[in-house]
Ligand binder design. Sequence first.
Ligand SMILES: Nc1ncnc2c1ncn2[C@@H]1O[C@H](COP(=O)(O)OP(=O)(O)OP(=O)(O)O)[C@@H](O)[C@H]1O
Ligand SMILES: [Mg+2]
Length: 397
Amino acid sequence: MAGVVILGVLMAFGRLSLVDGFGSVVGLGVLSTLVARLTGRRGGENRQTAVDSGLDPNVARFADTLAEPCLLVNERAVIVYSNPAAVQRFPRAKVGDPLAFTLRNPELVEALGRVQETGEAQRSELHITAPNDVWYRAVVVPYRPHGEDGVQFTSISLYDFTEQKRTDRMRADFIANASHELRTPLTSLSGFIETLQGSAANDEKARARFLGIMRGQAERMSALIDDLLSLSRIELRQHVKPTGEVNLNLLIREVAESLEPRLAEGGVALKLDLPDAPVIINGDRQELYEVIENLADNALKYGGAGGRIEITLTPDASRSGAHHGLTVTDFGQGIAEEHVPRLTERFYRVDSETTRGKKGTGLGLAIVKHIVSRHEGEMTIRSKPGEGTRVEILLPR
Ligand SMILES: Nc1ncnc2c1ncn2[C@@H]1O[C@H](COP(=O)(O)OP(=O)(O)OP(=O)(O)O)[C@@H](O)[C@H]1O
Ligand SMILES: [Mg+2]
């Protein structure tokens, strides 16, 4: 504006020709628009005073108070306002740009179209896949600040429900997996019962063999149900801090004793590396027993071929010294890298030479993870194929 006034004065006093003056005004206009756009972008500033859009600044101020992202678009679906939550979530959705530059989900475009057509609020779900998988519930509502005949804006409020979507999916997967895991031994049991009632009714030898297999299947189902119940109990108490004092040295020795027959049978040596002074923490004795037992069981079951297992307890093991460390190490076949991050998923089992034929439900490490997190601890699994596996658990002092 200042530039235009100066140019006008110069022209009025005959210091500038009409043509030059006009050219300069146009040039200034282009330049200032460019500068405004550039500075606006660089600063990440995404507000608009709403004067040129016809939007009441009070509406914008109100939208600023909302915790959820809220965008306002005009009749041409150009963004006229983006509240701070929206600026943060969708930094590329700039005021002045068409909404479709950044949010071009067909569901949202369709909802906007319907609002324009019908003048009625619409709801839809958006699934945004980049950069992360996020689900939004979009509420698209028309807004006419000057009554029926005036301009129409549309407000788009987005509610993130990714967490709920994930839990729903997990629940569905869980039920499908649990049913499948139970159905397999059940089908086999039914098959044997049928054979025993039919063709093998008078075959003593076959009956003895089949009953042995049936017993194994029944045990498998029973172990699965125990694990499922254990998981559900721990989940129920997930947010309740454990009370009680646990002597970890004693607990480890107890697990070691219970493993003795299996260790002897498999010819596996167990080395305990425990400090002399007792390491006592706040925790749930039964749950922590389950943790050590599960890890030792895995080490023996899948890593027993290495011939030895080590359990160590290190006081003040973390860098800050605020945690005690418990590690279970085996020297078996290890686990291929791609499986490691998934081991704590429910029912996840590695299908490899060493694990095939070993009984297990794939729930052990999922239970361990839950217990550790209830104790506000951390678990890290490190494995080198061919060399062995080491699981470290840090528990708060
Ligand atoms: N020390 C280990 N060495 C090699 N593979 C392992 C080891 N620990 C776990 N795994 C792999 O991780 C999978 C998941 O272990 P997890 O303890 O969760 O279940 P599981 O042992 O199969 O069943 P459960 O513990 O309920 O009896 C196992 O099936 C196995 O493939
Ligand atoms: Mg296990």
